[in-house]
Design a protein around this ligand. Structure first.
Ligand SMILES: Nc1nc2c(c(=O)[nH]1)N[C@H]1C(S)=C(S)[C@@H](COP(=O)(O)O)O[C@H]1N2
Ligand SMILES: [Mo]
Length: 456
């Protein structure tokens, strides 16, 4: 089957699944594995007590400071002022509820009261550039009138798994800098979007097109990212202007009213609060593709720029390494990773520094997630205490290459400490490696994760 017909088939399956409930109804995609009748003896994790907030100082209470992220912190992991990770050890559902979805902001979530352009009735998107035949400006209502599609896809920050450099890669906080996401900067949602193919047909693209610049400029004046036109064209039905997540309008934290979604690429390509798309015959450099979200290290070579390239807020000297693109194959089991060597530990992490998660002895089912959005998941393997690799069972549904799959395997846990490793192999035959070379921003660590547990 050709890639295109496979994709159309996947899209039809998703639509049938979500709209008509032919195979599964929408609700079933959000219920836990146990409710599907899978073996229910999931390991019980010891829960650390929540840290009590500091008591307010005596006197009249000050007005609460403006929150940088609006969603409720009770269901996400607070790893920094503008960053929330997912509590992946609690994940059970195929789709990630929006309230449990990670948020990665370079600046505080912009709110309508401060940025009126984000109100649906004010929002405008400019589509222009020297490789566009008929520049247009469209409103939110114009966008909703255009043909849209849905895709069920993971969204993952490139920095997800940075923790593995510190905990098992032998690197320090000096070698690798950035937020300690652990493994929760990933979620899966149904994204509804107007595909770029519609936009391109409407404005007309000249053969000179080299770059598509997706630009916000609302949360911060350097927030936007160029994508090679050829890469957008190759996925022109899958990349688009997204206005709904899991069937509801986007929330402010996730880019309301409209964001870009680039399925399969690291989250940084999926520009939130988008206001402008520019198609140009120049290569374009800005913070995110020069020094912000790039591979910097001895095994990577920085790309070279040409004399007529365009620079937005950066210079040639800022080009430090190749930009991040597709997310590689990865896997996890729903057990919190032991954190003992990382430079920091998230305040509301369920384990203290160096503490191992505790499981009950006996026969149980271990659950996990695997994804490989460039080619799709072929197999998932696991091993215990460095023993032989064995096949995990992949649980349906699997809605195509952009979706993650849940997997499980039985384990008869005996008392003592154990190490569980998981490994995804994708449909191109690429398997997660034991280690990956250093990159100082800690991007895309896809090495085999080691989950240490204590069985009592
Ligand atoms: N305008 C804007 N878009 C942005 C960002 C941002 O800070 N500002 N962060 C990017 C990064 S690095 C990621 S990983 C994703 C996160 O999307 P989410 O917060 O909806 O999960 O948004 C991307 N789009
Ligand atoms: Mo990101």
């Amino acid at each position: 089957m050709s890639g295109e017909s496979q994709r159309v088939r996947d899209a039809e399956l998703v639509l049938r699944t979500l709209r008509d409930g032919t195979n599964l109804d929408r609700r079933s995609l959000f219920v836990s594995a146990a409710a599907f009748g899978a073996v229910a003896a999931a390991p019980a994790l010891a829960q650390a007590p929540a840290t009590a907030p500091a008591a307010p100082a005596a006197g009249a209470p000050a007005a609460p400071p403006r929150r940088a992220i609006l969603k409720d912190d009770s269901r996400v992991l607070n790893i920094g002022a503008t960053v929330r990770s997912g509590n992946y050890w609690n994940f059970t559902t195929f789709m990630t509820p929006v309230e449990e979805f990670y948020v990665r902001n370079h600046y505080p979530t912009p709110i309508v009261e401060q940025r009126p352009i984000l109100a649906r009735e004010n929002w405008k998107l400019k589509i222009h550039g020297n490789s566009v035949d008929r520049p247009i400006e469209i409103s939110y209502n114009d966008l909703l009138k255009m043909p849209s599609r849905t895709v069920v896809a993971t969204m993952e920050c490139h920095g997800n798994g940075r923790t593995l450099f510190w905990e098992q890669g032998g690197f320090t906080g000096q070698d690798v800098a950035g937020g300690n996401w652990v493994m929760g900067a990933i979620g899966q949602a149904e994204w509804q979007y107007v595909p770029m193919s519609e936009i391109f047909a409407r404005v007309g693209i000249k053969p000179t097109a080299k770059t598509v610049l997706f630009w916000s400029g609302v949360d911060g004046n350097d927030m936007g990212r160029p994508m090679p036109f050829a890469d957008v064209l190759a996925q022109q039905n899958d990349i688009g202007l997204c206005f709904a997540m899991n069937g509801n309008p986007l929330t402010p934290d996730h880019g309301a009213p409209v964001r870009i979604v680039v399925p399969g690429w690291g989250g940084t390509a999926s520009i939130k609060w988008v206001t402008e798309i520019r198609v140009t015959d120049k290569r374009v450099w800005c913070r995110l593709n020069t020094k912000g979200e790039v591979f910097i290290g001895p095994s990577y070579t920085a790309p070279e720029s040409a004399a007529d390239d365009e620079f937005i807020g950066v210079t040639q000297a800022d080009i430090k390494g190749p930009m991040v693109t597709w997310m590689p194959p990865k896997s996890l089991i729903t057990v919190p990773l032991v954190i003992e060597k990382s430079p920091s530990i998230p305040a509301n992490y369920p384990l203290k520094k160096g503490e191992l998660p505790r499981l009950a002895a006996g026969q149980q089912t271990m659950n996990g997630y695997a994804w490989a959005p460039q080619h799709g998941v072929r197999t998932v393997d696991y091993r215990i205490d460095g023993g032989a690799w064995q096949s995990a069972t992949i649980r349906p549904p699997n809605l195509g290459k952009y979706t993650w799959v849940r997997f499980e395997f039985p384990w008869n846990a005996t008392a003592g400490q154990h190490v569980i490793e998981t490994r995804t192999t994708d449909n191109a035959g690429t398997a997660q490696p034991a280690e990956i070379p250093l990159n100082s921003l800690g991007m895309a660590n896809w090495s085999i994760p080691k989950f240490r547990v204590e069985v009592a």
